[in-house]
Ligand binder design. Sequence first.
Ligand SMILES: Cc1cc2nc3c(=O)[nH]c(=O)nc-3n(C[C@H](O)[C@H](O)[C@H](O)COP(=O)(O)O)c2cc1C
Ligand code: SF4
Length: 502
Amino acid sequence: MPTAQLGRGQIGSMRHPHDRPDIASFYHLSARSVSETACQGTACFVARRLNPSCWLQASLQLPRVYCLGKCFMAPASGADEGRPNVEIHASQGVILDRIAHGGARTLAEYSRSGAYPTLEKALGETPEKIIRMIEVSGLRGRGGAGFPTGRKWRAVSQQSSAEKFVIANADEGDPGAYVDRFILEEDPHCLLEALAIAGYAVGASKGYVYLRNEYPKAHTVLQRAIAEARAHGMLGAHILESNFSFDVEEVLGLGSYVCGEETALISSIEGKRPEVSARPPYPTERGLYGKPTLVNNVETLATIPWIVANGGDAYQALGFSKSRGTKVVSLNSLFRRPGLYEVEFGISIHQIVYDLGGGLKTDAIRGVMVGGPLAGIIPPHLFDTPFGFEQLRAIGASVGHGGFIAFDARTSIPDLVHHVFAFGAHESCGKCTPCRLGSRRVERILQRILENGHAPAGAKTEWTSLVSALAVTSLCGLGVGLAEFADSVSRYYGEELEPCFR
Ligand SMILES: Cc1cc2nc3c(=O)[nH]c(=O)nc-3n(C[C@H](O)[C@H](O)[C@H](O)COP(=O)(O)O)c2cc1C
Ligand code: SF4
C-alpha cells in the first residue's frame, strides 16, 4: 500500500517523487524554491520585449522553468506576484463563481454549514446515479484530450478490484494556461470535495493531487485545506457518518512537463522514472500500483460539485454541439485585458480575442496559440471558428487546456518555431527516437536560420521527414503536438518560413 512505500522524499502528507538520484536526474527542478527563477514559457517568450531584463534573466536561468502560470503578467519571474482579471461570460458560472468573488480558501468561506454540501448530497445517492449524472452532463476532460468524463468514471467503477485510486492532475504544464493554478489557490475545497465525490462514485478510498512545484502558493493553500477538511471530518474515516472513507495525499512534481501525461504521472507518484507508457492497459484498468485509477484534470474535477448539485441536464443545457458546458480560457499579457474568462463553448475565437481580451495592446495580432504551444496556431482569418473540441480540430488546432497565447509582429515565425521545438526537446521523456532526437534536430535547424538567415542545405527535406515521423510514431501528445504545431506553421505562415529554406 502506498503509505508504507513512501520514501525519504515524504514530508507530512506531501512528498516529492525523487527518492533515487538516478530518477531525480529526470526532473528539471530540485525541491528548492522557484521564487529565484524566471519564466521561459511561451507567454513570456512572446512578451519578452515588454520587459527585456526579465527575459534576459530567464535566458541565463538554470534550470529552465517553462511556465510559472503568470502568463497574464508575462514576462514574469518567480518573485513577481499578481492576480489576474477573473470574469464569467456564460449564462451560468460553474467554475469561477467563487474565484470571481475573491475566492474561498477556508472551509467556512467555501460552505456556510462547515460541511461539503454536494458530497453530503452525493452520499445520499447511489454511485450509479452520480456516474449517470456525469454522463448526462456531457462533460469532457479539460486536461487536453476532451475524453468523456462519465465514460471514464464508469470504466473505473466497473473494475472489480478492492483497491482503486483517484488522481487530480494538477501538473498544468501547458504554457499559457493558469486556470488550475487559481482553482488550487483560491478554491481548494471545491477540488477536495470533487475528489471525494469521484472516490465515492468509482469505489476508491484514496486520492492524490499531483501538483507542480512551480505553484508554491497552491501547495501551501492545498496543504491547509487538506488539514482543515480532515479536522472537520470531510476527509478521513466515515465521512459525514457514512460508510464511505476517503483521504487525499499531495505529491509535488519537480518541473517535468511530461509528468502531466497520465502514465508518466502515475510512474512519478510510484517513484519510478516517469517515462510515458504505451496504452492499453489504460489507467482505468491498471493504473497506480497496478490498480484501477481515475485520472482527471483539476478543472474537470472542479466542475463536478456544480453538476451534482444542479443535475446533469442543467450542465448539458450549456455550451453547443458536442462541447457541452463552460470552459475557462486564460489570456496572456499581450491582450489589453488579460485574465481568466469562463465562457460557454460555441463562442467564437473572435469574441474571445476582441470582446473579452480587448485585442492586443501592442501591434496587430498575428495569431493565437490555443491550448499551449503543442497544437496548431489559429491565424486571424479563422477567428470566426466557434470554440469547441471538434471545430478547433477541423482547423488543426485544439481546445487543450484553454490557454490563449496571442502574438504580434514582434515575434518572428522562425523564432517561435525555435522556441517551441526547444521546449519540446527539453521536455521529451526520450522514449521515442523522433521526439528525443528529431525535436532537437529541428531546434538546431531553426537555430541556424536565426543565426544565418537561411537553413543548411537539405534542411527542408529533413524538416518534412522529421515532422511526419513525429506525427506517426510518437507515443504521446508531446511528439504529436510538435508535429501539429509544425504543420500549422507551414500551412498558415509558410510565406515567412519557406524563404528560409531556399
Ligand atoms: C505531454 C502531456 C502533458 C500533459 N499535461 C497535462 C497536465 O498538465 N494536466 C492535465 O490535466 N492533463 C495533462 N495531460 C493529459 C493527461 O494525460 C490526461 O489525459 C488528463 O489528465 C485526463 O484528465 P481529463 O480527462 O480530466 O482531461 C497531458 C498529456 C500529455 C500528452
Ligand atoms: S512522444 Fe516524446 S514525450 Fe511522448 S512518449 Fe515519445 S519521447 Fe516521450
